[in-house]
Ligand binder design. Structure first.
Ligand SMILES: Cc1ncc(COP(=O)(O)O)c(C=O)c1O
Length: 424
């Protein structure tokens, strides 16, 4: 795999991850941002579906038996829990939207897929993204032959300028930047958070340019300290932000339930959001037909049980992840104290990841050596990169490893680093 991954090599990243985990099952993995197992109460949640059926039968004014029949069939393409999702995002994210602006999808991944394909559907349409970025978004573009323009900005305060420079370059070549993919809260992979000022600058710029922001937000509710910054969707008065959400981290990934919120009045009314929604819905009807109604019933039941806010139910998970982050930071401090200038890392205020910088390149070969010889799996940041410049960084996920495994895994990783530095 090359350092700044090109189109086909980016598509290989998922395989690389699965393969390396399968080849070294005993290795401690800091590779994937899975939620921790102990917060997945599937047995208990299976019962939540029945609660939703009561509600659904009431809503549709039909007997319960008929509601079950309806749920067991092919369903409405846009979903059946749209109103409950609209209430949850109002409570948990301060987002005001109508049920009709919500499209229920098979995980956040389908929401990304549909939106990227819909917004960048003409030749010359380009997807903008900050480098490095989530491979699930760039992978969609790669698969469908959509050009991605990555722009780099090391200082977040310069982001609007870096974006404007990327747009100017594209326009010089007759290309149309149509959408900007972003994870403003606890980004995957960088863990960064966009400030209020940057969010406002990006919204103003994108609204003026007719660029739709795809705001992907799987980690926003996992804040460990500091003040919450409203989602860009909630700050946008122009209708230039589409919000992409998921229940994979707040409930569980197996349900495969996510959503897109598409404002009815898009880009100050220049674009009809209802029409965009209809096109997304049509595309969905030819890919997954509809999101599993059984999964939606479970999510719906949980939302009803929780009065449409997941804040309280995820509190234990937030505390656990905060503890894991602290453990990882303490272990890094102690493992790398000899090299305070050469080896550095960020302190994420939330999310599932942190990024560490080494004094040497770390790519696929080094990841393989770490797994094979040292029993620890980490992700080179270059796998997520759209341009050179992140060859010395690695992403460490701390969500799905216990404290002891974190301590041992960091020790193993430090043994690799020590060997490499002493061999230099
Ligand atoms: C930034 C980001 N977006 C989207 C997803 C997709 O999540 P799902 O399809 O499980 O909802 C993930 C998964 O880890 C992610 O990290």
């Amino acid at each position: 795999m090359s350092q700044a991954a090109g189109a086909h090599t980016r598509l290989d990243v998922m395989n690389f991850l699965n393969e390396i985990s399968a080849r070294f099952p005993a290795a401690i993995s800091f590779a994937s941002g899975r939620p921790a197992q102990q917060f997945i109460h599937l047995q208990q949640w299976m019962g939540a579906g029945a609660r939703f059926v009561d509600y659904f039968a009431d809503e549709k004014r039909m007997p319960e038996e008929q509601a079950y029949h309806l749920l067991g069939q092919y369903g409405n393409t846009n979903g059946i829990i749209n109103g409950l999702i609209a209430r949850q995002v109002r409570h948990d994210h301060g987002i005001a939207c109508l049920a009709g602006e919500v499209l229920v999808t098979a995980g956040g991944q389908e929401a990304i897929d549909l939106c990227v394909r819909q917004l960048c559907s003409e030749p010359g349409d380009v997807l903008l993204a900050r480098t490095p970025t989530y491979i699930g978004a760039t992978g969609v573009a790669d698969l469908h032959g959509i050009e991605i323009a990555g722009f780099r900005c090391d200082d977040e305060a310069d982001m609007a300028d870096a974006l404007a420079a990327a747009v100017a370059r594209l326009e010089q070549h007759g290309k149309r930047p149509r959408a900007l993919y972003l994870v403003p809260d606890f980004d995957n992979p960088s863990a960064s958070v966009l400030s209020y000022a940057t969010r406002m600058q990006l919204i103003a710029y994108c609204a003026a340019q007719g660029i739709v922001v795809l705001e992907d937000n799987p980690y926003g509710m996992f804040r460990y300290e500091g003040e919450t910054i409203p989602p860009m969707y909630a700050l946008d008065s122009h209708g230039c932000v589409v919000f992409l959400g998921t229940y994979s981290k707040t409930i569980c990934p197996a349900l495969r339930v996510g959503f897109a919120i598409v404002p009815e009045r898009m880009l100050q009314g220049q674009v009809c959001g209802k029409q965009v929604m209809a096109q997304l819905s049509q595309a969905k009807s030819f890919s997954t037909l509809n999101t599993s109604q059984v999964s939606q019933a479970i999510v719906g039941g949980i939302l009803l049980d929780q009065q449409c806010s997941l804040r309280a139910s995820i509190e234990p998970a937030v505390a656990y992840y905060r503890g894991n982050r602290d453990t990882m930071l303490a272990c890094l401090d102690s493992a790398f104290k000899e090299w305070p200038q050469q080896i550095t890392w960020n302190v994420p205020q939330g999310g599932f990841f942190l990024v560490l910088k080494l004094p040497f390149d770390f790519g696929a070969e080094e990841a393989d050596i770490c797994a094979r010889q040292f029993g620890v799996i980490v992700m080179p940041l270059s796998f997520f990169a759209l341009a050179p410049g992140h060859e010395r960084h690695v992403r460490l996920a701390f969500s799905n490893v216990g404290e002891e495994a974190i301590a041992e895994g960091v020790k193993r990783f430090a043994a690799f680093v020590r060997q490499r530095l002493q061999g230099q």
